[in-house]
Write a protein that binds this ligand. Structure first.
Ligand code: 4AD
Ligand code: MG
Length: 436
């Protein structure tokens, strides 16, 4: 017998060729039950859980008495043999010969059945839950696939600032802060900076936190979220929509490939998710969206913005992600290029996730004419001086260009089938909360 067997992860114990092998495992006590002279410890590590059985006659009184007293979430190491055991959850267990306690945990504050506010106060501990761990693994794949998509298609990754001097998405959701002797803001979007970077690199992308001082708490708004943004010179709105759908299809395909177990644990229905791997996605114009909504009995008029409720209603018409384009200029940002033939609408698009989720991407073509952009800035009532640098981009070799921003947690929320965005980020920030 090996004197010092190797450390393995829980998932690696669930294999026939491991049966009869001596192994070491480290992790946390997930469940704990004492039956006479036996202790059943379910051990948790990043890869899963497995039952470990400690017999007093094998581990000895000292180890037995120490492990017997452990509470859930204590950290331990066990050494023992992998055995097939049909009665154990998952069909395998560890027959322990020796156990070492690292950190005792007594009276872990989360026992099950607590309310959401309590769980949010204890987020630093709740984050160990299997549900949140599972979602973080899916998010990892989303981020990995996003980066991979851009790397494979010749885009440059760049690092725009978070501290900014002006608003990108309007003053209403701007976080203000004291910046030495002046005011500054937390970035709502890297877009304006990405635009500056296309004049040297042409096709750029970034992953940064974005901040929105949303006035109300909703199921899909965070105050701090991760923003995957792309911007490219020479690209039309149509070109950018193609990039958006390819990116989303790639992300979904990768999650379907790499996170089968996680999606199954979350009991995610894969039917519609699988449709999202195929492109192109359907496209409708805002006008048509309004018609659909009116037909469905929603009280809405041309010119109104589409909120979560309207978007949810629209998703009932589609069994895959879909685009809405050509929004009225009044409801979209100042930088959006107006349609040449219809200057009441912009060359902007939103990509909506099906199954009620709604907007996951916002993007479009940018106004590249100096005078038109200046007029839009004045019309919005912004301080022109704040946008002098941004206007400069239209003064020195302006080019047609487009871009978009994808809300990472929105995508995770949809792919994982969550009913609230807070579980798509380990430490959610929204109105009224910042702890822990
Ligand atoms: O539609 P938005 O506001 O567009 C922009 O910020 C553009 N400047 C992006 C660009 O073109 N580079 O935000 C983009 C995406 C939304 O589609 C949504 O997925 C996500 O960011 N998002 C949020 N996610 C979580 N919480 C919030 N409060 C969000 N606000 C926007
Ligand atoms: Mg938007």
């Amino acid at each position: 017998m090996l004197s010092s067997p190797r450390y393995i992860y829980v998932k690696d114990a669930y294999r026939d060729e491991m049966v009869g092998k001596e192994v070491r495992l480290r992790g946390w006590v997930y469940r704990h039950r004492v039956v006479g002279n036996k202790i059943f410890v379910v051990l948790r590590d990043p890869t899963g859980i497995i039952q470990c059985v400690l017999d007093r006659s094998i581990v000895g009184d000292e180890v037995f008495d120490e492990v017997e007293r452990l509470g859930i979430e204590s950290s331990i190491e066990v050494r023992g043999m992998v055995r097939k055991e049909p009665r154990a959850p998952g069909g395998y267990e560890i027959h322990v010969r020796y156990a070492k306690v690292y950190g005792v945990s007594r009276d872990f504050p989360i026992k099950g059945g607590e309310g959401i506010d309590y769980l949010l106060d204890n987020r630093h501990l709740w984050i160990r839950s299997r549900k949140l761990t599972t979602i973080m693994k899916i998010k990892h794949s989303v981020l990995e696939a996003g980066r991979e998509y851009f790397l494979r298609n010749g885009w440059w990754e760049v690092t725009p600032p978070i501290l900014t001097a002006s608003a990108c998405e309007g003053g209403a959701t701007l976080f203000e802060l004291k910046y030495f002797e002046r005011k500054a803001y937390l970035s709502q979007s890297a877009q304006l900076y990405l635009e500056a970077l296309i004049y040297s690199l042409e096709k750029v992308w970034s992953l940064t936190p974005s901040f929105r001082a949303e006035k109300s708490r909703t199921r899909r708004h965070l105050a701090e979220y991760w923003h995957l943004e792309a911007e490219a010179a020479w690209y039309t709105m149509d070109d950018m929509m193609k990039v958006s759908e390819e990116l989303v299809a790639y992300i979904v395909s990768k999650v379907l490939e790499k996170n089968k177990n996680e999606l199954e644990f979350l009991k995610r229905d894969l039917t519609i998710l699988k449709n999202a791997v195929e492109t192109p996605y359907p496209r409708i114009e805002y006008d048509e969206a309004i018609e659909i909504l009116q037909k469905r009995g929603v009280a809405i008029e041309w010119g109104d913005d589409l909120g979560a409720d309207e978007e949810r209603e629209l998703t009932k018409e589609f069994d895959r992600p879909f685009f809405i384009t050509h929004f009225p200029r009044e409801i979209k940002s100042f930088y959006m290029k107006l349609d040449r033939d219809r200057p009441d609408v912009v060359l902007g698009f939103d990509l909506l996730a099906p199954e009620g989720y709604g907007e996951i991407i916002g993007g479009g073509e940018r106004e590249d004419d100096y005078n038109k952009l200046l007029q839009r800035i004045i019309d919005e009532g912004y301080t022109v001086d704040d946008y002098k640098w941004y206007l400069d981009l239209r003064k020195y070799g302006s080019v047609p260009h487009s871009g978009f921003g994808l809300g990472v947690e929105r995508v995770v929320m949809w792919i994982a089938g969550l009913d609230h965005i807070r579980d798509a980020i380990p430490f959610p920030r929204f109105r009224g909360r910042i702890y822990p």
